[in-house]
Write a protein that binds this ligand. Sequence first.
Ligand code: ATP
Length: 607
Amino acid sequence: MSSSTEADHNHLPVSDAAGARRAAFRLIRLERPAFIRILVLNVLVTVAGLTGPWLLGRIINDVESHGGVGHIDRLAFLILLSAVLQLVLTRYARYLGSRFGERLSAHIREEFLDRVLDLRPAVVEHLVTGDLAARGSGDVNTVTTSMRNAVPDILMAALQAGFVVVAVFVVNPLLGACGVIGLLGLLWATRWYLRRARSAYAALSAANSVLAEVLVSTVQGARTVEALGLQARRLEASDEAIERSRRGRLRTLTLRTVLYPTIDISYVLPIVGVLLVGGALYDHKMISLGAVVTSALYLRQLAGPLETMQIWIDQLQTSAASFARLEGLGELPRSQPSATVVPTDDRIVVNDVHFAYVDGHEVLRGVDLEVRQGERLAVVGPSGAGKSTLGRLLAGIEHTDTGSVTVGGVAVSDLSPEQLRRHIILVTQEHHVFNASVRDNLLLSRPRAADAELLAALGAVGADWAHELPDGLDTRVGPQGHRLDSAQAQQLALSRVVLADPHTVILDEATALLDPTTARNTERALSAVLEGRTVLAIAHRLHTAHDADRVAVMEGGRLTELGTHDALVANARAYARLWNSWHGEQPPPPGRDRSAPGGRDQGLCVK
Ligand code: ATP
């Protein structure tokens, strides 16, 4: 594949520190007015909190200088007032902070969903699903919890701490210096911690993802594991993943055991320093008693913000690592934005296409093909010749390395998925029933379709069962709703094709794995879908080729023959050899049957 992201090597990218920082600022900018309101409110809360100790210092000085009782009462009343004001402002600041956090959380969830939905299908197929699931659940939860709780609290704590230190300097610069010196240990420990924490928490997140991946793949492949006797190996892989995760936890725990005691001591040291130095200065009549008490009380107020930081710093580091992992998804190749160009007609042209899934191993080597409007074209060839890959390129799932695939003169890679599905749709044996109502399942392919159109589409593929559903189109289907069997699920998928109404349908083993009865029902539905459309059938049975208007033969990534069945048989090359060897063993097919071009006839498999 041409993209060179880490996803190609089964690792989802993780954003670097600068990228994560930029993303955080981008998020905050989305809520800039709320952010400014929160800042202003928190400044007011802090100022209200600083007023109390300052007034208390004034009271002490007044008492010392035998000031009037009335004045002291007024000051005491003001202390009460500032406390009430602080309480009210804090409540409002918290309310705004939580709203702000909720809104950021919503942005993060929406962005994650948008990014995953906007990934190119080929990229999604190559992704490590366990890691993606871990990011979508664990990482999103961690980040959003922080946004709701930690971010507003830490914002408030940082502002308070800054203001407290400035306030002590204003009261007395010498005492301010004592406070700052007392805090040096905390600054050192925080710096020491932060330098190591990012990589430690990133390693822990990665280890947890690996653990999730190992567990998910073991559970999903339980039958295979059992059948091949791989239990011991899977257990070993699980033990390794658990051990890596344990070591990651231990490392982050070690970091916390240095940081937390330092924070605890840091409450006390500045106060002790201020009391000692302040006491000595007071003895020498260089400072008032009120100023010493005010400074000590201010520094005592540091306890709140420091405790908050102690509570949240761990969570914040985990969230930073999770946020970098979520942002990393933004580095994966996304679907091309909708091009302004519009295909002029329904002509599909493949021009000198080269393609490799893995660099240096070309799977398609210079394929040229023009699909005629309304024709039934069968693509045959040995297994691994590149037939399915050609189908995936035509359907825009993979993008060419060199050469072009165009529809109506526009490269399919320049069309958005919505545009492309109005032109070409690939039908495979894979189909998905979304956990939603029948209506929602169908509206996916034509969002504004009326109920009558949905019912007509279901009718066209013979999905009569839809009329017997308990709540009609509102019936919830999927794993948690009304269960549909394979044939019904395939019919639902085919109804989506009818609604999308593409001019070209590519069939790749659409019915190959179904049991005979289901396959027969599905083929009936399929023939209704194909009516009046161009069909490119990747054929694994020669009947399909015999019944088609033209046959394309692929060998080793090249298109080696192209023509009608009769012409190719007359050519006496690879197709004729295949046909003759099959013809020798089987009675010839009874005339042209165009009802099941992807069909499951019981003839020779070309594979
Ligand atoms: P079959 O009839 O068996 O389905 P095919 O003719 O359709 O074969 P493709 O499925 O297109 O062939 O595969 C062509 C080559 O590309 C094969 O060698 C296959 O192993 C390889 N290939 C297919 N899908 C991938 C993938 N996702 N990643 C890497 N290689 C791939």
